[in-house]
Design a protein around this ligand. Structure first.
Ligand code: MF3
Ligand code: CO
Ligand code: CO
Length: 274
């Protein structure tokens, strides 16, 4: 059974009930989301061979301070950085470190800012220098997978319709969808109900209703879908060490479709970021 609750009356924890947010809440999400998007825009110029992911994380941390927002990952369940930086075969939750990026790397930068209590969560892939054709194709497929998931997100559709749209496209492109991580309700909480699976069948899951706010964040591998977590307890990598990519947006369901809160104001939606 699915239960719904007016976001204003909902307890401040994830109870499994799905919060329905109002128009003022959508404005708050738009403001939080746009700050995350502007930070991701500004990072384009920093990502090049020689840059370390610590330098990227420092930029994100400083951006947050300058704009009076809080990086949601900082001290979240023991995580101590302001961003996640996931390189090549790292699927997600890569921890920034002092190793320089190399020509040909692909890196996902995932940023969540809390503004006035509201969480704007988004990530993009960044090419480092000149990519090989396979890496370039993976970024295209993953971006398009997110776009197709978002297109399927509208009132009357289900969470399964989103997953099915993503999976059908990704597998047609001979890539695979990671099953171990999913999108999530977002808003006043970082990770809330419902789960948004990036695979599934049309009509499965719960029906989407105006006022729902969640992320879609497909992780797509060039090889097999299986992942393992490294001994740091965070870093997820592909078991077959194949390349992995991810794009993420925070969106809200409207009466006619959806609103993307984390769209790039600079038009830096996908590489190449000119
Ligand atoms: N931003 C990630 C997401 O998209 C979550 C990162 S949690 C962390 O949901 F602790 F790993 F940072
Ligand atoms: Co997320
Ligand atoms: Co994220």
């Amino acid at each position: 059974m699915v239960t719904y609750v007016d976001a204003a009356e909902a307890p401040a924890r994830n109870t499994g009930a799905i919060r329905l947010y109002g128009p003022e809440d959508f404005e708050e999400m738009q403001a939080a989301g746009q700050l995350a998007a502007r930070c991701l825009d500004d990072l384009c110029d920093l990502v090049k061979p020689g840059t370390t992911t610590t330098e990227i994380d420092d930029f994100v941390h400083d951006f947050a301070l300058r704009h009076d927002v809080v990086p949601a990952t900082l001290n979240y369940r023991g995580y101590t950085k302001s961003s996640c930086t996931s390189i090549n075969h790292v699927v997600c939750h890569g921890i920034p470190n002092d190793k320089p990026l190399k020509n040909g790397d692909i890196v996902n930068i995932d940023v969540t800012f809390i503004r006035n209590g509201w969480h704007g969560d988004s990530s993009r892939m960044y090419p480092v220098g000149q990519l090989k054709r396979a890496a370039e194709r993976l970024l295209d497929v993953t971006y398009e997978a997110l776009a197709r998931g978002i297109e399927a997100a509208k009132p009357g559709a289900t969470t399964g319709d989103i997953g099915a749209a993503i999976q059908a496209f990704v597998e047609r492109e001979r890539c695979s969808v990671v099953r171990d991580f999913c999108g999530h309700g977002v808003g006043l909480l970082f990770h809330d109900a419902p789960n948004i699976l990036h695979y599934g069948r049309p009509g499965e899951g719960i029906e989407l209703k105006p006022g729902m706010i969640f992320t879609i964040e497909p992780m797509v591998n060039l090889g097999r879908p299986h992942v393992k977590i490294l001994s740091d307890g965070w870093t997820a990598v592909t078991r077959d060490r194949s390349l992995s990519a991810q794009f993420e947006h925070s969106i809200g369901i409207t009466s006619t479709g959806n609103q993307i809160f984390t769209l790039s104001p600079a038009g830096r939606h996908k590489p190449p970021y000119l």
